[in-house]
Design a binder for this molecule. Structure first.
Ligand SMILES: *Cc1c(COP(=O)(O)O)cnc(C)c1O
Length: 400
């Protein structure tokens, strides 16, 4: 049977909700876009957003910033990372993660991943001991959570401070505890391709008041640190306000206005993502040459993208599979490419990081495919997409 090609766009987001457009228009009418530009008694959008995100996240403190990458860089600095430190991170991640580590002058130490696309805890232990690193940026890449109980216990045992990169796990949880609430800090992105969309933007959440005070000054609060929605007690800033540099990475009221109504709708959006994910997953499940990462029972994930492995294919087959799916209108990303393409790159093309030998990760990435599931897709779209993937895989294996 010839399937009709898929015509949808894998990068088309939903429109910004009308309530958000109205709120943004209101901010523009006032001209008060800067977060500290307020009139008496006014609660600026950034302050309201910080309060609302802290509540939604279940974190005592929340700071809105200019991007997810800046959230990580500020978090690393506020955690005390300096240019004499090494910082561990899982090797399967997006370039801004090693970029944030390099940005504070530290040296990234890349840790192997497992076939379920999460950090390999055995390699984490070995690399931590061999490098002496005292920090881990745990990148919950593509929404996959490792065994957070085991990771937390191991980090405690090794004396390692954990900062979570939650760019893909806003709304995810492990045993009911939200991703981002496990280590010293959670870093989130509100960039267009993530779970809420302000073009660019991010959050840092934490329960540590000293860390959060440093992060607030670093984000560019000047001496207006008491004008935040979910920050620590102003008394804590006595020395911190003088000791900490200003890196100017604030969020503005326009972005905050766009985000607040989206936060209200986020749980509903997550349920819809998970319907799309389930449709693709059930169609691919059990197909012999495709392996889906196992999602552990304690994990609650947000299925805003899906990954699958074709463990038995070589480079030529992977390229043929990419061509065949593209002809069908199915836009996959392949993490095994030697050349970085668009947003996708592997550790071998991060030349600002010392070269690493990561045979397990390289083997896994060589057969790893990834696909966005934007909310502009319907369940029927996802079923057609999955049928194309199965069809393309069947043809590929028949030719092999
Ligand atoms: C997008 C992303 C980031 C960075 O977010 P920006 O807001 O684009 O800076 C960090 N980590 C991962 C895994 C991402 O996908």
């Amino acid at each position: 049977m010839r399937l009709p090609p898929f015509k949808g766009s894998f990068t088309q987001q939903e429109p910004i909700p009308e309530a958000a457009i109205a709120a943004a228009t209101n901010v523009m009418r006032t001209g008060r876009l800067h977060r500290y530009n307020t009139v008496d008694g006014e609660v600026p959008e950034t302050v309201a957003l910080e309060r609302e995100y802290a509540r939604w996240q279940g974190a005592p403190y929340c700071l809105a910033v200019a991007s997810g990458g800046q959230a990580m860089q500020i978090a690393l600095r506020a955690a005390g990372v300096t240019d004499s430190d090494k910082v561990l991170t899982n090797a399967f991640t997006l370039a801004p993660v090693p970029g944030a580590i390099a940005g504070v002058g530290a040296e990234p130490v890349l840790v192997e991943i497992t076939e379920d696309l999460v950090i390999d805890l055995q390699d984490f232990r070995e690399k931590a001991q061999a490098s002496g690193a005292k920090f881990l940026v745990l990148s919950n890449m593509r929404g996959h959570l490792c065994d957070m109980d085991a990771l937390s216990a191991l980090a405690d045992e090794l004396g390692i401070v954990v900062i979570e990169d939650c760019a893909h796990t806003m709304g995810a949880a492990w045993r009911g505890q939200k991703s981002g609430n496990f280590g010293l800090a959670g870093c989130f992105s509100t960039q267009t391709y993530k779970h809420i969309n302000s073009g660019e933007g991010g959050f840092i959440t934490s329960s540590d008041p000293v860390f959060m005070a440093r992060a607030t000054i670093l984000s560019g609060s000047y001496m207006l640190f008491d004008r935040h929605g979910a920050g620590p007690d102003p008394d804590i800033y006595a020395d911190i306000k003088l000791d900490t540099p200003n890196l100017s990475a604030r969020m503005d009221n326009l972005r905050a206005a766009i985000l607040r109504p989206q936060l209200v709708g986020l749980d509903r959006a997550i349920a819809r993502w998970n319907e799309l994910y389930a449709a693709v997953e059930s169609a691919l499940h059990g197909y012999p040459s495709i392996r889906l990462p196992v999602r552990p029972e304690p994990e609650f994930y947000v299925g805003s993208s899906i990954q699958f492995l074709m463990p038995d294919i070589d480079e030529a087959m992977a390229r043929a599979f990419m061509r065949s799916t593209a002809e069908r209108g199915v836009e996959l990303k392949w993490f095994g490419d030697r050349e970085p393409v668009a947003f996708t790159s592997a550790h071998t093309s991060w030349r600002f990081v010392p070269p690493h030998s990561l045979p397990h990760t390289d083997r896994i990435l060589s057969g790893l495919f990834d696909m966005r599931l934007p909310l502009t897709f319907s369940v029927a779209d996802c079923m057609l997409i999955a049928a194309h993937i199965v069809d393309a895989a069947t043809e590929l294996m028949a030719d092999a």
